[in-house]
Design a protein around this ligand. Structure first.
Ligand SMILES: [Zn+2]
Length: 213
């Protein structure tokens, strides 16, 4: 789905479903609202996990703290040290469950900055030969960042979150959401500790992709 075309795109009437998802977070049982969304194509699916502490609400709901997280099979599931996805997701989960109103918008099809699992691993193999993350993406014939935030913005609006506090180090993500009409009241950084495997990845994010790390 490309930006701009979004308002005219007709999504199915049953594009969202919801349930309650109990999760174990460091030994603590948390009840999260889980909303799944179906975009235009089969692969465009989004999971929104919401933490809402109704006891802390006094009248109007506070501005939600939101992490828009790109799915990363190697990082999120297997805790790969080649990226900082796992650390960022864990840090975000901690924060959103500690504030009165928070959410993770999890976007599986943004794997590898939108190039998919196969090309991401292909790019890793090139990085093993000395390419940096940007050069490697170019080499596998993939855009440096092909993530589109149109569906994410639509999901946020559906969740009555037209204004958010964004958990991200990525000014481009903030810009993209703003372009899709989401008001970003504040961008809150997520700090991940570098390790010997991802130092170069983080350096590239900082130097070539303007991430605030
Ligand atoms: Zn990752």
């Amino acid at each position: 789905m490309k930006s701009g075309a979004l308002t005219s795109v007709k999504l199915p009437a049953d594009w969202s479903v919801e349930t309650i998802l109990p999760i174990d977070f460091h030994g603590k049982e948390l009840m999260l609202e889980a909303h799944a969304y179906q975009g235009e194509s089969e692969e465009e699916q989004i999971l929104a996990l919401i933490h809402r502490d109704r006891t802390a609400e006094n009248g109007s709901a506070p501005t939600p703290v939101v992490r828009v997280h790109s799915g990363c099979v190697t990082g999120d599931i297997f805790h790969s040290l080649r990226c900082d996805c796992y650390q960022q997701l864990q840090a975000a989960l901690k924060i959103i469950t500690e504030v009165p109103y928070g959410a993770i918008i999890y976007v599986p099809y943004h794997e590898g900055r939108g190039i998919g699992l196969f090309k991401k691993i292909q790019a890793y193999a090139l990085q093993d030969q000395g390419f940096d993350t940007v050069e490697a993406n170019i080499e596998v014939g993939a855009p440096i960042d092909s993530r589109d935030y149109g569906l994410t913005a639509r999901v946020l609006r559906d969740l009555a979150m037209p204004e958010i506090k964004l958990l991200s180090n990525n000014p481009a993500k903030e810009q993209a959401l703003k372009q899709h009409g989401i008001r970003v009241a504040e961008r809150l950084p997520l700090v991940a500790e570098p390790n010997k495997f991802n130092q170069r990845y983080l350096d590239t994010k900082r130097a070539r992709m303007a991430h605030k790390l």
